[in-house]
Ligand binder design. Sequence first.
Ligand SMILES: [Zn+2]
Length: 204
Amino acid sequence: MNQRSASRSAPGDGALPHGEDLPEIFTALARSENTACLLTRERRLVRTNEGWVRFAQDNGGEEVLRRCQPGFLIDDVIPEPLRELYASGFERALATNTPWAHDYDCSSAEAFRRFRMLVYPVKDAFVVVHSKLVEAKHKDEVHHGDRSLYSECGVICMCSHCRRTRFPNGRGRWDWVPSFVASPPANLSHGLCEPCVHFHYPGL
Ligand SMILES: [Zn+2]
């Protein structure tokens, strides 16, 4: 496959600000199983690869697929507690011209999954690649979702990183509730559990 056919067939057509060619690193990923996307320096979507579209389809991401058109600001799909972390990671990659690696949990209802995101700074753009590090059966105690049990002042709080759910008045107890991941409750809000705060924001 040559570069021309790879870039032409990639879904999510968009353009770089000055009409540059797609970075080679991205055209090499056009048909990859790894999810990848190309962003402008302002973190606006230029295009996604086939693996990105497939991952969204397989994980109930129709809403994300519908919203993530070229020009879309990627920060808008990052949960609010994580936006600063992501923004500083992207900026550091650009300032140091070094890829930024960030590991995160994105479990499904059936399996614990950990991914690594690599952000490559390229000329006037970022190439972002996600690779699966771990996929295994859940070991944590599993609670089947009685929504009223987890609701506190009308809100259910899920950790933005590990997707566990806060148990009200549970003295720091966060449970893995597969049904909330499979079908997020309408009154869901995002927060950060204590281990994720300490892991991702050391020194806070
Ligand atoms: Zn967490």
